[in-house]
Design a protein. Structure first.
Length: 317
């Protein structure tokens, strides 16, 4: 039996990972309506096409070639808009779905008509597919993907801001996704997935549902589009800045968001320093969410990087 789900997989020059992601999307207990590949490759185009073609005779797999490349945000946005299913699953090309993913998550929509997004726990895996259990436990605990938070979330916006709503491996209603869109540049920077989650929650009144079961696997790989392609991404800087500037009332009132800001502050300060946002970096360094780390070894290291940026700004051209 086929579902009404479109699995969207953006890829870029990584056919060796794409094959595993594609197999995980097709080997579901409840089959997807379609799997769509958005290819931004510039070097391994032929190899990527061969991977896709090896499945097309037997499975409903569509291939969309982007020439010129659209970048991650543009690629995902195109996939979302070209999808035909009632629901959409986003799967990065180095991640994987567990075989019960579609069956587990689609039940959230069947059980509550107000649900617009569903997600479960994630394994952390290495490129060989081995589960890193300690990192897995830490990830799910940090992002409140635990049994006490099972079911409909009291605040979809809180779920998105605190990254309980994951960067991929989720299922969302296609009609709403197409209204919201995925490409929110230039404000999003490298924080594509984070910004989408925020906008998806902010622009709707629907509910997010957490399933207390493992449904997807998140790969830590050097070649990841969002976790290694750039020597110094600005995900944490962008997400931290968006939350502070766009949601001041929630920042004052929501203890979960305050905790998230404390956890995110060190990385946000360092990325601000590395990307030349010295004023933001210094303000946050001495601010309430980082203040207690000022005299730690990590704090001193971040201060030195900030001061180096200050010195560069004073040098004559």
């Amino acid at each position: 039996m086929s579902s009404q789900v479109s699995v969207c997989i953006p890829t870029c020059d990584r056919p060796q990972y794409l094959r595993r992601a594609l197999e995980s999307a097709l080997n579901q207990s409840l089959a997807p309506h379609e799997v769509i590949i958005g290819d931004d490759s510039s070097v391994k185009v032929k190899k990527t096409k061969l991977v896709v073609e090896s499945y097309q005779k037997k499975y409903p797999v569509r291939y969309l070639r982007n020439d010129p490349p659209l970048g991650e945000s543009g690629n995902v946005d195109k996939l979302f808009r070209k999808s035909e299913g009632k629901y959409i699953v986003l799967l990065h090309d180095d991640d994987r779905l567990l075989e019960n993913h579609i069956e587990k998550l689609i039940s959230c929509f069947d059980n509550n008509s107000n649900t617009i997004a569903a997600f479960g726990r994630q394994h952390i895996i290495n490129p060989n597919g081995n589960i890193k259990w300690s990192a897995t436990k830490s990830l799910n605990n940090s992002y409140r993907r635990t049994s006490e938070h099972e079911g409909i979330q009291p605040s979809s916006l809180r779920s998105a801001i605190t990254q309980q709503f994951p960067g991929d491996g989720y299922m969302v209603r296609a009609d709403i996704v197409k209204k919201v869109g995925y490409n929110h540049q230039p404000k999003a920077g490298d924080a594509h997935d984070f910004t989408f989650g925020i906008q998806f929650a902010k622009q709707t009144e629907g509910k997010f549902c957490f399933v207390d079961d493992f449904t997807a696997q998140y790969c830590i790989s050097e070649e990841s589009q969002t976790r290694g392609e750039y020597s110094s991404p600005d995900n944490s800087y962008r997400s931290f800045k968006i939350v502070l500037e766009d949601f001041p009332d929630l920042v004052r009132e929501d203890e979960y968001i305050q905790k998230w800001l404390r956890q995110k502050a060190p990385a946000a300060v360092m990325e601000a320093a590395r990307h030349g946002h010295i004023e933001d970096g210094l303000h946050w360094f001495f601010g309430k969410y980082h203040r207690r780390r000022v005299l730690t070894m990590g704090g001193i290291r971040r201060l030195l990087v900030l001061l180096r940026g200050v010195a560069k700004s004073w040098l004559p051209l």
